[in-house]
Design a protein around this ligand. Structure first.
Ligand code: PLP
Length: 383
């Protein structure tokens, strides 16, 4: 059994998550999406080996890397990928922005479903494209895609690209085959490209299954750019490594060419060996992690039941999306820093309309989740 209960001291000046807030000594950071767990032993060993050799020359993935990567895709999601269709880059957001630059033109319209991880929308506007938003709709305590609104906006704005996120951060949805096919059908009929951010693919809870968009059909495979990475799954985000799968030759060549011109392409040696070790040896670690995280999500749901904090259903990711509007606060995340010394992500990072939401990262030891819940349940106005 892996010990996910261990408290690891992350109190270093470089650590973003644990950045100090003046006047608070006992802050619980539950915001940025990395975990408070040590990555698998084999990943640490692979990094130590390179560090001890002490030579950090340029590096390139070989067959052993390809085998680890495609083996993981196949075992975990039943997805067959030809390693020749994979572009290696230093990050998923970079893969998204390179795809925007290479596959669309200035002023083209690109659609996203909000709320959504903020840097994606910013990659669109920052590259001089027209951002079109279709809001997800809450049905009960679960988000759904408004397909009519989606298609209407696609037509009205002549949308060229959809940037999709599955599992969805922060909505917590693991989109079903039926939903994916309906979205894909609209994209096919309107001659769009799909850029699918699947960085959270390994965080999927009981009763749900991650289906890579590109695995749905030959037609969809041809129009899809899939952005994947081991960094979120194995808590090695600081290592910066991503794998971008593009089956269509001309699309892949265009993205590859663009990436080359930016100078940010390929994997650094640490990203390479860590990804390879994670995908080769990480299955059992990942299985145990998922069941631990699922326990944490259950705990949050049950302890916040009956309070004014409305927890959105979570099918995947370790990021819980919580509606605090019933508390009538001007700034919910500021309130919890102040009153409970807990830092959540602010809802407005994910949508202008989500100012009343907070996002709670539960990828930490259960004792920390319990301590955070004790503090939340003690704040004024929670019931
Ligand atoms: C949906 C999503 N995409 C991308 C990223 C960032 O990926 P990268 O650091 O590889 O650019 C995150 C990080 O939280 C994320 O949640």
């Amino acid at each position: 059994m892996i010990d996910f209960d261990e408290i690891i001291d992350r109190n270093t000046p470089e650590d973003i998550k644990y950045e100090r807030i003046e006047g608070i000594d006992d802050l619980i950071p539950m915001w940025v999406a990395d975990m408070d767990f040590r990555c698998p032993l084999e990943v640490r060993q692979s990094l130590t080996e390179v560090a001890q050799r002490g030579v950090f020359g340029y590096s390139e993935a070989d067959e052993s890397y390809d085998k680890a990567l495609t083996g993981w895709y196949k075992r975990r999601y039943g997805w067959d990928v030809d390693p020749r269709t994979v572009i290696k880059l230093p990050g998923v957001v970079l893969g998204i922005s390179d795809s925007i630059m290479a596959l669309t033109k200035e002023n083209d319209s690109i659609l996203i479903f909000e709320p959504l991880y903020g840097p994606i929308g910013r990659a669109v506007t920052g590259s001089g494209r027209n951002l079109v938003v279709s809001d997800l709709v809450m049905k009960g305590s679960r988000y759904e895609i408004d397909l009519d609104d989606f298609e209407k906006k696609v037509r009205e704005n002549n949308v060229k690209m959809l940037i999709f996120c599955n599992p969805h951060n922060p909505a917590g949805r693991v989109w079903t085959r039926d939903e994916l096919l309906k979205v894909g059908d609209i994209c096919l009929r309107n001659h769009m490209v799909i850029v699918c951010d699947e960085i959270h693919a390994d965080f999927v809870y009981s009763g749900h299954k991650h289906i890579p968009f590109a695995s749905l059909s030959e037609e969809l495979k041809k129009i899809t750019v899939t952005c994947t990475s081991a960094t979120k799954s194995f808590n090695i985000a600081g290592i910066q490594a991503a794998n971008i799968v593009i089956a269509d030759d001309s699309m892949r060549r265009a993205v590859d060419k663009y990436a080359f011109t930016t100078g940010a392409f390929g994997l650094n040696i640490m990203g390479l060996v860590a990804t390879r070790a994670a995908y080769t040896y990480g299955d059992r670690w990942m299985d145990e992690l998922i069941s631990y995280l699922e326990g944490n999500t259950e705990l949050v749901k049950s302890r916040l039941k009956g309070t004014k904090l409305k927890v959105t259903d979570i099918e995947g990711t370790y990021l819980m999306w919580i509606d605090a509007s019933a508390m009538g606060l001007e700034d919910p995340s500021g309130f919890f820093i102040d009153k409970a010394h807990i830092k959540f992500s602010e809802g407005k990072f994910f949508s202008k309309k989500a100012g009343q939401f907070i996002r709670m990262n539960v990828a930490c030891p259960r004792s920390v989740v319990n301590e955070a819940l004790d503090r939340m349940l003690a704040v004024p106005g929670i019931r």
